[in-house]
Ligand binder design. Structure first.
Ligand code: HXC
Length: 513
C-alpha cells in the first residue's frame, strides 16, 4: 500500500513543479505569478480542488512523446470565492508556454461543462503562447470547442476572463465571448495578429504593448473592462466583481448584511449647478445613493461620457448606468452606447436590477458619428433597455432631451419607476436650440434679435424645461427632492424584488449588432 501511495505522492509532486524550477523562476522574474499561485489567490483561503492533474498530451510529432508534463499546461478546478462555488482554469506558462493542445482544451471544456451543470461562474486565467504549434489542427479544434462552450454558457453562468500574459491569434475569441475581460498592465497583450504580421501587411511599426496592451484595450478598443497593475490586484478585482453577481441566470443577486441608517443625502440638493451648461460629476450622485463604498466602476477608461458599474442598495447588488456631464456633457455617442448596451445586457442576463441616472443632452451630431453608425449603435442601447425585464428605475437629474430621453430607460420602453429631480428638463431639445427653430421668423423680424431670442428662450424654459409636463402625463412617477433619492430607491427596489415580466415568445431577438 505504501508504495502505491508513494507513487501518487511522487506524481503529485512532479505535477506541482509544472515546467520546472527554472521556468518558474523566469515567470517570477517577469513579475508574474505561476498558474497555481494565481489559483491559490483566487479562491478563499487558497483552497481549491484540482481536477485533471495527471492529464498529459497525446502528441507524438517532433519528439513530443518524450516531453510529457503532468497537467499539460493548464490547472483546472473548483472552490469557493466569497463563500460561493466558482470553477476556474489557469494556463501554466511554464509548460510549453501555456500553449493549448487537444488535451489542454479538453480540460478547460470539462470545467466549463461542470460550471454550467452546477450553475456557477467560470473564471479563466489566460497566459498562453496560443495554439500548441506541434499539434496543428487538433489544437485549433480545441479552441473551437472552447469558443462553442463559451457561447453556450453565455447568459447561463457568468464568465470572467483575465489576460495575464500573451493572448494572440484566435485565442482572443474565448475572452471576447465572455462577460468581462481584465488585463494586467505591462505583462499582458491581446491581438488577432501580432506586430510582425502587422508590419508585413500594413507596413505599420507597432510594439506588442501599443498594439494590444492593457492601455490600448482599456482606452482605445474597449475590449477590456478593467486593468490592474499586477497579478494580485487583478485577482482581487475578479473576487470583487464576483461579489456582485448571482451564480447563474436563475438566482437573484447576493444580499449582504445591511443595517438601516440615516438614508437622507442633503448634499445631493446642491449637486446640480444652476446653469444647465455647467458640468458636475455624476459619480458624486452614485456614491451618495449607493451603500457606503459599494460602487465598482466597470470600463472606467473607455467612453467616460457614460458611467457603468455595480453597487449595492440596502445590501443588494444593482447595476448603474449614468450619463456623465463631466465628459462631452454626457452626450450619447457610438462608444458610450455600445458600452452601456453591453452592460445592460449583462445585468439583464443575470437578474441584476438597473438604476439609470439621466442627464443627457442628446446624441452627438457629426459625420464621424453618422459614418460610424450612431444609428445602429444607439439602437443597441435602446434595444437593450427595451428588452430588459429586470427591475428598472430611472432618476432624471437634469437634461433628458430628444431621442436620448426615450433611450435612457424611459417609461415608454418599460422602466418600472421614473423619478425626476426638480432640476430635470424633459424636452425635445434645449430651450435655446428650440427657440431658434420655432421662433426663427419672429426673432428675425425683431428689432433687437438677441433680446427676442432671450425672451423666447425664457418662454420655452418656463413651458418645458422642467419635469412637470412629463409628470402630468405619468411619464414621471414622482418628482423628488434629491436628498430623498436613496431612501426612495431603497423602497422602490424592495417593491420590485419579485417583479415577474416576460418577453413575447421568440427563438431569440435580433439586436442590431
Ligand atoms: C508550443 C510554445 C508556444 C506554442 C511558446 N512555446 N509558444 N510551444 N506552442 N504556441 C514554448 C516555447 O517554445 C518555450 O519553450 C516556452 O513556451 C516559452 O516561450 P518563450 O518564447 O521562451 O517565451 P517568451 O520569450 O516569453 O515569448 C512568449 C511568446 C512566444 C511571445 C508567446 O513564445 C511566441 O511568440 N510563441 C508563439 C506564438 C504563436 O505564434 N502561437 C500560435 C498563434 S496562432 P521552452 O521549452 O524553451 O521553455 C494561434 C491560432 C489559434 O494561436 C487559433 C484559434 C482559432
Amino acid at each position: 500500500m505504501d508504495t502505491h501511495i508513494k507513487r501518487l505522492h511522487d506524481m503529485r509532486e512532479q505535477a506541482l513543479l509544472g515546467g520546472g524550477e527554472e521556468r518558474i523562476a523566469k515567470q517570477h522574474d517577469k513579475g508574474k505569478l505561476t498558474a497555481r499561485e494565481r489559483m491559490h489567490f483566487l479562491f478563499d483561503k487558497g483552497e481549491y480542488e484540482e481536477i485533471g492533474m495527471m492529464v498529459t498530451h497525446r502528441s507524438t510529432d517532433f519528439g513530443m512523446e518524450r516531453q510529457k508534463i503532468l497537467g499539460d499546461g493548464v490547472i483546472t478546478g473548483y472552490g469557493e470565492v466569497n463563500g460561493r462555488l466558482v470553477f476556474a482554469y489557469a494556463q501554466d506558462f511554464t509548460v510549453f508556454g501555456g500553449s493549448l493542445s487537444e488535451t489542454h482544451a479538453e480540460k478547460i471544456c470539462k470545467i466549463m461543462e461542470m460550471a454550467m451543470k452546477n450553475g456557477a461562474p467560470i473564471v479563466g486565467l489566460n497566459d498562453s503562447g496560443g495554439a500548441r504549434i506541434q499539434e496543428g489542427v487538433k489544437s485549433l479544434g480545441g479552441y473551437a470547442d472552447i469558443f462553442y462552450r463559451n457561447t453556450l454558457a453565455s447568459g447561463v453562468v457568468p464568465q470572467i476572463s483575465a489576460v495575464m500574459g500573451p493572448c494572440a491569434g484566435g485565442a482572443v475569441y474565448s475572452p471576447a465571448i465572455t462577460d468581462f475581460i481584465l488585463m494586467v498592465e505591462d505583462s499582458s497583450y491581446m491581438f488577432v495578429t501580432g506586430p510582425n504580421v502587422v508590419k508585413t501587411v500594413t507596413n505599420e511599426e507597432v510594439s506588442a504593448e501599443d498594439l494590444g496592451g492593457a492601455s490600448a484595450h482599456s482606452r482605445k478598443s474597449g475590449v477590456t473592462h478593467l486593468t490592474a497593475p499586477h497579478d494580485l490586484a487583478c485577482i482581487e478585482q475578479i473576487r470583487q466583481l464576483l461579489s456582485y453577481i448571482p451564480q447563474n441566470c436563475e438566482e437573484v443577486t447576493p444580499q449582504q448584511d445591511y443595517i438601516a441608517g440615516d438614508e437622507l443625502r442633503p448634499e445631493l440638493d446642491k449637486l446640480v449647478p444652476a446653469s444647465a451648461q455647467q458640468p458636475y460629476d455624476i459619480k458624486h450622485a452614485i456614491t451618495a445613493i449607493a451603500d457606503h463604498q459599494s460602487f465598482m466602476e466597470i470600463h472606467p477608461d473607455y467612453a467616460d461620457n457614460i458611467v457603468v458599474g455595480f453597487a449595492r442598495i440596502a445590501g443588494r447588488s444593482i447595476g448603474i448606468v449614468a450619463n456623465q456631464p463631466m465628459s462631452l456633457a454626457g452626450v450619447l455617442d457610438v462608444e458610450s452606447s455600445k458600452k452601456a448596451a453591453r452592460f445592460v445586457r449583462f445585468c439583464d442576463c443575470f437578474q441584476i436590477p438597473l438604476l439609470v441616472l439621466v442627464d443627457v443632452p442628446g446624441f452627438l451630431p457629426g459625420t464621424d458619428q453618422e459614418w460610424n453608425a450612431i444609428i445602429t449603435n444607439g439602437a443597441k442601447l435602446l434595444f437593450a433597455f427595451s428588452e430588459a425585464t429586470v427591475p428598472r428605475i430611472s432618476v432624471i437629474t437634469r437634461k433628458a432631451y430628444g431621442g436620448a430621453y426615450d433611450v435612457m430607460n424611459s417609461k415608454h420602453i418599460g422602466a418600472d419607476l421614473n423619478f425626476a429631480w426638480p432640476t430635470a428638463e424633459i424636452a425635445v431639445m434645449g430651450a435655446k436650440g428650440a427657440s431658434e427653430i420655432i421662433f426663427r421668423k419672429e426673432i428675425k423680424e425683431a428689432q433687437d434679435q438677441t433680446a427676442k431670442l432671450l425672451e423666447k428662450e425664457a418662454e420655452y424654459t418656463e413651458k418645458f424645461a422642467h419635469p412637470y409636463r412629463a409628470a402630468e402625463r405619468g411619464f414621471i412617477d414622482e418628482v423628488i427632492e434629491p436628498r430623498y433619492t436613496r431612501a426612495k430607491l431603497i423602497k422602490a427596489f424592495k417593491m420590485l424584488e419579485n417583479k415577474d415580466d416576460q418577453l413575447p415568445y421568440k427563438k431569440h431577438s435580433n439586436i442590431p449588432l
